[in-house]
Design a binder for this molecule. Structure first.
Ligand code: XIL
Length: 320
């Protein structure tokens, strides 16, 4: 039984891919997933490192693969403080930066309008803790906090039928969770065209627990928008743990299987609001967590192992 078949009455099952994994992991991608996200290829700096010089070669390769295999794609991401080229913020005032933002959404959005069913319009604009709700970034410094509203309004004008998402991490932690809820609610009340909230769900085997995930989904569901899990993986390490291991023990793999099982059990409870659950990668031989937050430290956060074989975690989420 494949993931996408097992979950067909619940939500789409997505994965993040890159220009190499569409070759090396093609079999698993085609078998199990019915939504794809480019891991990096559709970010601002990957598409346009130098002003007026877009390069769509890499993104196009993935979009061609998705089209050939009839897999819909989610766009990631128009506006972010990371992976945005320097030129965007240079020699520019508020009006000028708004124009650059709109031009970017137009060039990229229109190019992939047929293949992309949703876009993360704004990524990670809310602070993790402290007094500020909005993360300080060149976007807020040059435009102001209303850059978010503008990004969504431009995206709606250019892509009227695409689902538009606000996407963030640490989405189950207080007070960030309440901040995300509050900001999105106020956007809705102001008539900003937002369709959904993306919950990245970069978890680890110790947290969050099932109740915390449930309480968070309960809160976000009250917004009356679609929800997506957009970047799920479950690290073998707590965030500030820098230890290295050569291989995960049986106990660690079991903790991971339980964590995946618990999370998916709650996701299934919210199938009416959840549109898609995306894993941030396919198999443990290719994961960004090998270099984050500790560089060059092996991690095993996904559902298939380094040999592309099913892990206990996969069996657990198929067992219901
Ligand atoms: C990560 C990619 O997986 C890495 O390859 C890259 O070096 C850094 O970005 N939140 C996001 C994603 O929204 O875009 C990030 O992806 C992971 C955290």
């Amino acid at each position: 039984m494949t993931l996408k078949e097992k979950y067909k009455d619940y939500f789409k099952i997505g994965t993040a891919v890159n220009v190499s994994s569409i070759d090396t992991h093609a079999k698993l991608i085609k078998e199990h997933f019915n939504s794809l996200t480019c891991e990096n290829e559709t970010k601002f700096s990957n598409l346009c490192e130098n002003k007026d010089n877009y390069n769509f070669m890499w993104a196009d390769k993935i979009v061609d693969f998705a089209r050939d295999n009839k897999i819909p794609m989610r766009g990631h991401t128009f506006t972010w403080h990371n992976q945005t080229p320097k030129w965007v913020f240079e020699n520019v005032d508020r009006e000028g930066l708004l124009k650059r933002l709109k031009d970017h959404i137009k060039v990229v959005g229109e190019r992939y309008e047929k293949e992309f069913y949703c876009w993360d319009v704004v990524n990670e604009a809310i602070e993790d803790k402290g007094d500020y709700i909005f993360r300080k970034s060149p976007w807020t410094e040059i435009i102001g906090e209303d850059f978010i509203d503008y990004a969504f309004r431009y995206a709606k004008e250019i892509l009227p039928t695409t689902d538009l998402y606000y996407n963030d991490y640490n989405e189950t932690q207080s007070p960030k969770r309440e901040h995300i809820y509050k900001i999105v609610k106020s956007m809705k009340e102001r008539g900003v065209p937002i369709d959904g909230v993306g919950l990245q769900c970069h978890f680890n085997i110790y947290s969050p627990d099932k109740d915390t995930i449930r309480r968070s989904l309960e809160l976000y569901a009250k917004l009356g928008l679609k929800l997506q899990v957009t970047e799920m993986d479950i690290s073998m390490f707590k965030h500030d743990d820098t230890t290295r291991i050569t291989k995960p023990s049986k106990e660690l793999l079991e903790l991971q299987a339980k964590a995946y099982g618990d999370a998916f059990e709650v996701f299934r409870e919210y199938k009416e609001v959840i549109d898609c659950v995306t894993l941030w990668g396919i198999a443990d031989d290719c994961t960004w967590l090998d270099n984050f937050p500790v560089e060059n430290r092996k991690n095993w956060p996904l559902l298939f192992d380094e040999e592309h074989k099913p892990k206990e975690a996969l069996l657990r989420i198929l067992d219901f």
